[in-house]
Ligand binder design. Structure first.
Ligand code: CUK
Ligand code: CUA
Length: 765
């Protein structure tokens, strides 16, 4: 350790050697002008900063759910601060949340197995928030996995993944997840045509046997789960279906799915054939598919389906005969179809075209009603005339991809991939209003609730594929760049760049933060994945170890700062099932649980019960501990798993400790505890003399502190009982435990006091 004198010398040397840098630092701490000069900031920068900067303790107006791309997760961040709030484990394990480590969440991930095989990644593309009357309601989030056709349900009450459904027919999936205006159905469309059956079908049979598919998954809002038995699909031609959207208002009851490669090209570059990219971009138009899903649901209810791999499918012949499936040409290699907030139009942008096309649903409906068709595709599906279906076409830039709507009437924003721009335009009048450069190669873009019946305007995020020179370099693999743009005025203004270091996000959705009502704790003993009381819940004092059906069940509890039990001894070869209930009621008092060598980390939030089942296959000593820094004595939140070799008897000998305590130790601890109680009483006095009941967070803190003081009283009783029996060793240790609860109560009390001081509490009589 450095001596005092040499430390002082070190300080002087350091100050001198800092020299000029030290001066710059002092300039930095000065006025606004000084800081601007030192950091090279302009007035415009300051304005942008003022629009995004969120002071400590401040909240964001909007919350974004972004796809986490290949990570198989969802990224949650705030707008306008662009601060990342959470990564939600969805299709892949996420150790911090214990997702894929505790038995309960393993069961959710296991739903995502495909033909018995565990899939360790997901390619998430399109999140969708549940809707009521076409507006986001903040209850559920859905997201797709493009690579392994799957859909996941996330409950926004606790931001946890509850269900994964595998599409039994598709071999890839892109046009999901999209929610119908009242979330009756979640829609997904396949991407790459493939045979319905799971076996081998040669490409020579492409036209007859390969198919596309749209599935409508029935969502049971009460259960918060998809019901596969009430879900159905519609067979489509082997075009590469791309993105989808549900109609609303006048177009409610219909869904739209665009496509590319209607050439039905099958590639073969290795044989000298032109590659997919040539064969799939030959024609000037592809097809948007229109499906009357309400009528399709009636056909399903009437049994007019065929079972394919266990799923009910309305076959193309039936769909054509019943008049629920139509095609409209769309220019060229389109990407995305976006229904306007009023449901009167939908916009399609062709990647290889400079135009965005605005389709008029009323015109389309009239053509369908009059059976006015321009022809049929090779499968007999009626094709509508492009010109007769259009409202207008607008030249928006090179490589337009996706569209998002503003709260202002008729205003839409389109991402322009090749030009690296966002174009703002009027789809009613058909004219371009503004363009802004972004960095670089935008994919999706997202305005606030901009894909709903009630867009909120204000901000737009450009989800850029490339970041190139925007951030400090971190190697050849760059983060992606989400750029925040102010759209409140006539001209778009770039505000902020946020690197996204997780997967390649595709789409994202935003919601007004006020619509989200997540809980802060679970009911005591809750299995958060089934949303039911856990059969393995335990309460303090009821912890036990029981053997049942060859499994050793440990019913334990977690609370600041101990794990009960602290010693678990089993025999080699035993199957052990640990069940921990976090019995805290305090907000944010999560405990973790990890054991050496068993590949486990559990996250046990207040009230939650989680389990971890494993085979104690190797004799040894395995320390376990809490992995969340939960309290001052967090490091002491520990225990031992002992696995004794087969046939060796459990030792009944008392544990050996390093220290025993005397009456003098006891008296000293007692004196200390009494003094501490004095401090606690003064803090309690301070709080209760103020109007603390007007502050909800303080009421919660006071409840928590009361709990701790009750625990303290309990430990005090035990200490006194041992002291009466002159067992000063145990009396001292329980007195120490009593003190530990006092410390926790004092810590909470001081937090409450600070809160009251900062929020202007007043003295009451
Ligand atoms: S997609 Cu990736 S930028 Cu999957 Cu919606 Cu367009
Ligand atoms: Cu509980 Cu650390």
């Amino acid at each position: 350790m450095m001596k005092k004198k040499s430390f002082a010398k070190f300080l002087t040397t350091a100050t001198v050697s800092l020299g000029l840098a030290g001066m710059a630092a002092s300039a930095w701490a000065g006025s606004l002008e000084d800081v601007m000069k030192a950091r090279g900031l302009t007035q415009k920068d300051l304005l942008a900063a003022a629009k995004t900067y969120t002071p400590t303790g401040g909240r964001d107006e909007f919350v974004v759910f972004s796809s986490g791309g290949q990570s198989g997760q969802v990224i949650v961040y705030g707008i306008p601060s662009m601060r990342i709030l959470k990564y939600i484990g969805v299709f892949t394990p996420e150790p911090w949340q214990g997702y894929g480590f505790d038995d309960e969440s393993k069961a959710v991930l296991a739903q995502g197995k495909i033909k018995g095989k565990t899939i360790n990644f997901g390619d998430t593309h399109h999140p969708a928030i549940s809707e009521t009357n076409g507006s986001t309601d903040g209850q559920y989030l859905f997201i797709n996995d493009k690579a392994n056709p799957r859909l996941a349900v996330i409950d926004l009450k606790d931001f946890e993944t509850k269900q994964i459904v595998v599409n039994p027919i598709m071999k890839s999936e892109h046009g999901g997840a999209f929610a119908s205006p009242n979330t009756d159905y979640i829609m997904e469309a396949s991407q790459y045509p493939a045979p319905f059956e799971n076996g081998y079908v040669p490409l020579s049979k492409f036209n007859e046997k390969y198919r596309g598919l749209v599935s409508y998954w029935k969502f049971n809002r009460k259960e918060g789960r998809i019901d596969p038995t009430k879900s159905f699909s519609v067979e489509l031609p082997p075009y590469s279906q791309d993105l989808s959207d549900f109609g609303k208002g006048p177009s409610d009851g219909w869904s739209f799915t665009n496509s590319f490669c209607t050439e039905r090209y099958v590639g073969g570059i290795e044989k000298g054939r032109p590659p997919f990219e040539a064969g799939c971009s030959q024609k000037d138009t592809d097809f948007v598919h229109m499906i009357n899903w309400k009528k399709a649901a009636e056909l399903f209810a009437a049994g007019k389906t065929k079972k394919v791999n266990g799923m009910d499918v309305i076959m193309m012949d039936t769909a054509i005969k019943e008049g629920i499936l139509f095609l409209i040409p769309e220019p060229k290699s389109p990407h995305g179809v976006d229904v306007t907030p009023d449901g009167k139009y939908f916009i399609v942008a062709g990647k290889l075209d400079t135009h965005a096309s605005v389709y008029d649903f009323a015109k389309i409906k009239a053509l369908i009603d009059a059976k006015d068709f321009a022809g049929k595709d090779p499968y007999g599906i009626p094709i509508l005339d492009l010109k007769k279906s259009l409202h207008t076409q607008v030249q928006v830039g090179l490589g337009p991809l996706h569209n998002q709507y503003d709260s202002k009437k008729c205003i839409v924003y389109t991402s322009i991939y090749v030009d690296s721009q966002i174009t703002k335009w009027d789809y009613c009048e058909g004219k371009v209003l503004d363009k802004i450069n972004i960095h670089y190669n935008v994919g999706h873009l997202m305005s606030m609730e901009g894909d709903t019946a009630n867009p909120k305007g204000k901000y737009l995020v450009s989800l850029n594929k490339l970041a190139i020179d925007r951030f400090n370099p971190v190697g050849p693999l760059h983060p992606q760049n989400h750029q925040l743009i102010d759209i409140s005025g006539d001209k778009m203004q770039l505000l902020y760049d946020m690197p996204i270091p997780l997967g390649e996000p595709h789409y994202a959705v935003a919601i007004q933060a006020s619509k989200l009502k997540p809980k802060v704790r679970y009911k005591l003993g809750w299995d958060s994945r089934t949303d039911k009381k856990s059969p393995y819940r335990t309460r303090p004092g009821r912890e036990k170890i029981v053997k049942k059906d060859g499994v050793t069940h440990v019913y334990g509890t977690l609370i600041r700062s101990h794990i009960t039990p602290e010693i678990i001894e089993v025999e080699e070869g035993e199957t052990v099932s640990l069940h921990f209930t976090n019995v805290e009621r305090a907000e944010d008092e999560t405990h973790g649980f990890a054991i050496n060598n068993f590949d486990v980390n559990l996250s046990v939030e207040p009230g939650k019960t989680v389990s971890f089942t494993f085979k104690a296959d190797k004799p040894g000593v395995y320390p376990y501990y809490c992995t969340e820094f939960c309290s001052a004595l967090h490091l002491e939140m520990q225990g031992y798993l002992l696995v004794r070799p087969k046939g060796v008897k459990a030792s009944d000998a008392a544990v050996s400790e390093g220290q025993t305590y005397t009456k003098a130790d006891y008296d000293k601890q007692l004196k200390n505890n009494i003094a501490t109680q004095g401090v606690i009483d003064s803090v309690v006095g301070y709080i209760t003399s103020r109007n603390f009941k007007s502050f909800k967070p303080v009421v919660a803190l006071v409840e928590d502190a009361t709990d701790q003081l009750n625990f303290a009283a309990d430990a005090k009783k035990k200490s006194e009982a041992f002291a009466a029996k002159k067992d000063y060793n145990n009396a001292t240790l329980w007195a120490q435990q009593w003190f530990q609860y006092q410390v926790k109560a004092a810590d909470i009390g001081l937090r409450a006091k600070t809160y009251l001081d900062e929020h202007g509490a007043v003295v009451v009589k």
